[in-house]
Ligand binder design. Structure first.
Ligand code: SF4
Length: 352
């Protein structure tokens, strides 16, 4: 097992040296990485075959990122209005986000926090972390803490252990969920020591951000095995991205690849209004049609929930397909997976 962190590429000339971009493109791409951070791990660089493949599109800078549309926002899911103390986002009653760092092992070209990530001065100081933990401790209604950022797995075991110790001391915290890209972009980071650090009194879940089946390499699979065999349950999050996974085949390959590796697909996110991301955007209608195609062709175990984060910080809404529609007091029109429709009379309906 490779426990040595892979070397990240953070400069355009290094991308050119690895022949991931043309040397002639460096000048044109410089303003892009001045605006939005560049970082690509060795593991990810090794997966890129062509300049426009699903991995390259997610991680290599693109001139189209400079095209900022009027509807795009610096804070697309509205974290700021729900930040009572630095590092905490409290949007729903029973859970909070805790963001100890805004650093990541890679910088995704469509990131919803792209204005924030990559800046070391966004890391929480000791005093700020204590204040964030005190905020959680003072609110018994907080059952779940979501460690995100940034990517919490860029922190050392020691720093992560300090945060988890702090959460473990708060009796009402029942679940801690870590949102991470590290398992696939730097699988060597998932060491037995890290797994031991994650195991706690509360249930620690890992939510894996993964967008294409080719990210599930042999090394990533071994890292997932270490987590699952170590008693850490896993779910996945995928962003629906034009040119990366916007086909039924790409999505079903990914979801089946996840279930096969004991990861439950959790969310399929509609792309947020992050700045400079319009070339990744699909329509909601197209997304619904894709999710419709998956229904019936894959078991429920492999189906994520397709969700939209409402701009402005109003939370997530499922983008539901209209499978069951009320047609009369106790009558429903029900659509099956082949497109047929059926009438269902609800015997428990109060109107009956
Ligand atoms: S790993 Fe997550 S937080 Fe970091 S750049 Fe990618 S999407 Fe953003």
């Amino acid at each position: 097992m490779n426990a040595t962190p892979s070397r990240p590429i953070t400069r355009l000339d290094h991308l050119a040296r690895r022949q991931l971009i043309a040397s002639e493109a460096i000048d044109a791409l410089s303003p892009v990485i001045e605006r939005f951070q560049l970082r690509v791990t060795d593991d990810i660089a090794g997966l890129i075959e062509t300049a426009d493949d699903p991995i390259a599109r997610q991680f290599l800078p693109d001139r189209r990122e400079l095209d900022i549309q009027p509807h795009e926002l610096a804070d697309p899911i509205g974290d700021a209005p729900h930040t009572p103390v630095r590092g905490i986002t409290h949007r729903y009653p029973d859970r909070v986000l805790l963001k100890p760092t805004h650093l990541c092992q890679v910088y995704c070209r469509f990131c919803f926090r792209r204005e924030k990530v990559g800046h070391g001065d966004e890391n929480l100081s000791e005093a700020e972390l204590d204040a964030a933990l005190a905020y959680i401790a003072a609110r018994p209604e907080i059952f779940e803490v979501i460690l995100t950022g940034g990517d919490p797995l860029v922190l050392s075991d020691r720093r992560l252990g300090r945060i988890l110790d702090g959460l473990e001391a708060i009796g009402h915290v029942g679940v801690v969920r870590l949102h991470t890209r590290v398992v696939t972009v730097d699988p060597g980071r998932i060491t037995p020591m890290l797994v031991t650090t994650l195991r706690r009194r509360f249930a620690t879940w890992v939510a894996l951000h993964v967008n294409h089946v080719s990210e599930l390499t042999e090394a990533a699979t071994a890292a997932l095995d270490r987590l699952v065999d170590g008693g850490i349950p896993l779910v996945s999050q995928t962003v629906l991205l034009n040119g990366v996974n916007d086909s039924a085949a790409a999505l079903s390959d990914l979801m089946r690849g996840l279930v096969r590796r004991r990861v439950k697909p959790y969310y399929l996110h509609h792309l947020d209004f992050a700045e400079g991301t319009s070339h990744f955007r699909t329509s909601i209608a197209a997304g619904k049609a894709l999710v419709d195609q998956l229904r019936g062709h894959m078991s429920g175990l492999a189906q994520p929930t397709y969700v939209l984060d409402i701009p402005g910080g109003h939370g997530k809404s499922p983008i539901e397909a209209d499978w069951v529609e009320r047609s009369d007091a106790d009558l429903y029109r029900v659509r099956d997976w082949k497109g047929g429709t059926h009438t269902y009379r609800d015997p428990a309906s109060p109107e009956r």
